[in-house]
Write a protein of this length. Structure first.
Length: 274
């Protein structure tokens, strides 16, 4: 008999997940604010404080954690090769998408995103608990992969390549350079701006909007399956969602994890302003 978890989609709806709660091999990862996790979370969910997914050193806290940090994360959630990880947060997918990128970066691709996360789940009255699960730490041996990530040097070398597209997930004010977030402000030359919150539907529990409509909006900006897309924000938190969204649309995605915290505080990187 086939394992039900083997056929789960990348974008998983609450009604699809609820019957699977407690299934062997299902690993629920909660990336909500700690106070929200403590107040109520999905039954069986293991909490990872969002900041634990970051390298944590300015000016680029969003860089990939080192191997020992990543090893500690997978041991904490009890990751195994046959696990299917379902990630969620309380903000529409930024931290959850960043966790997907971390899993890609260790070569683990059995995962889904709970569409709308805790917000949609709570709004529909689905089961919640304050009980924290007991987890058997895993001995999963991680192998780092560089493919999901673009470094500063790589991105500088690729600027001007017609195959490259840069998706800036920050606010229009940050993109235009009128909001101060770094030593230097503006955007990476050639980058297009599609703020991460545009993808969310507040009237549907912060679920993703219709993917067909989003895809049309992105294609109008030159973001499509033919491009090698690099996405970023200030610290690769908001762009966690755009990384995930691009994967859901079948795009070729990488994350510039250094993001504007690194680019805008570097003395020599090229910067554009409208």
């Amino acid at each position: 008999m086939a394992n039900t978890l083997d056929s789960l989609p990348l974008i998983l709806e609450p009604e699809q997940l609820e019957p699977l709660l407690g299934s062997p091999g299902l690993t629920l990862v909660d990336l909500c604010r700690t106070e929200n996790y403590q107040a109520a979370h999905l039954p069986g969910a293991i909490h990872i404080p969002p900041g634990a997914t970051q390298y944590g050193r300015p000016p680029a806290p969003g860089l990939l954690p080192d191997k020992s940090q990543l090893q500690a994360i997978v041991q904490h959630i009890g990751l195994r090769h046959d696990s299917h990880v379902v990630v969620y947060d309380d903000e529409g997918g930024g931290w959850a998408g960043r966790m997907i990128w971390l899993l890609d970066s260790i070569g683990f691709q059995r995962y889904s995103y709970l569409n709308g996360g805790l917000v949609a789940w709570h709004d529909e009255g689905r089961p919640l608990t304050r009980e924290e699960p007991s987890v058997t730490p895993s001995d999963y041996d991680i192998q780092l992969r560089s493919e999901p990530t673009a470094t500063l040097d790589q991105l500088q070398a690729e600027l001007g390549d017609s195959a490259l597209a840069i998706w800036d997930a920050r606010s229009p004010q940050e993109y235009q350079g009128v909001r101060q977030t770094a030593m230097r402000n503006g955007h990476i030359p050639g980058a297009v701006n599609y703020e991460w919150t545009r993808a969310m539907d507040p009237s549907a529990g912060l679920r993703l909007r219709d993917l067909t409509v989003i895809k049309e909006e992105l294609e109008a900006l030159g973001l499509n399956a033919d491009k090698h897309i690099v996405t970023h924000c200030q610290s690769h938190h908001r762009s966690g969602l755009t990384y995930l969204l691009g994967k859901a649309l079948g795009f070729n995605m990488r994350a510039y994890a250094g993001s504007w915290g690194e680019w805008g505080n570097h003395p020599d990187t090229p910067i554009d302003q409208p």
